[in-house]
Design a protein. Sequence first.
Length: 204
Amino acid sequence: MALLFEIFSIFLLGLIGGSVPGAILTSTFTEVVREGFIKSLRVVFYAFISEIIVASIILFIFFSLNIPQSFFYLISFIGAIVLLWIAKQIWTIKSLHEKGHIFSFKKIFLLTILNGPLWIFWSTICVPQAYVLSQKVFGGQFLFLLLFELGWLTATVVLTYLFSEFRPLLIKEGVVSIVFKLFSVILGLIAINLIITSFVYFIK
């Protein structure tokens, strides 16, 4: 019974992780406005694969090496630059008729692997729980990864669908340009927050 509760709590943790506003969720919402719900799932899929890759790397590192926390804050600087680059691209969108994928797999992967807070969240919250589960169940760290990412995927898809319900309002002429600029500003603010957080850490 205790194990079942632990498994459910891991899935719940993934749900919470997928519900936290951030660069990936903002990118997905942007794609909803541009292309609609179904096509926006491409971004969700890219993010899902990227999350699994990065989380697997983190689990491997922490189950075999000792990485200083300063490393995670350092990569946040680079991640902030990528965010600002994408924010600039979104800012210039004026209509839904503009073609081309802003959110390629390469960009989503860069956003994920250069997300310092994601590394910190996994190393401080997820890795210890994955270790505990690995002591109870053979391959528990992989079970943790599966349950967490299923929770993350569920939350992201549900939130994306709920947001898509507002698409008819958001794509009206005169509104769409403002919406994209708003998303651009949100990504920019996330980038600035990453820079400030990292800077504060290093000057302590």
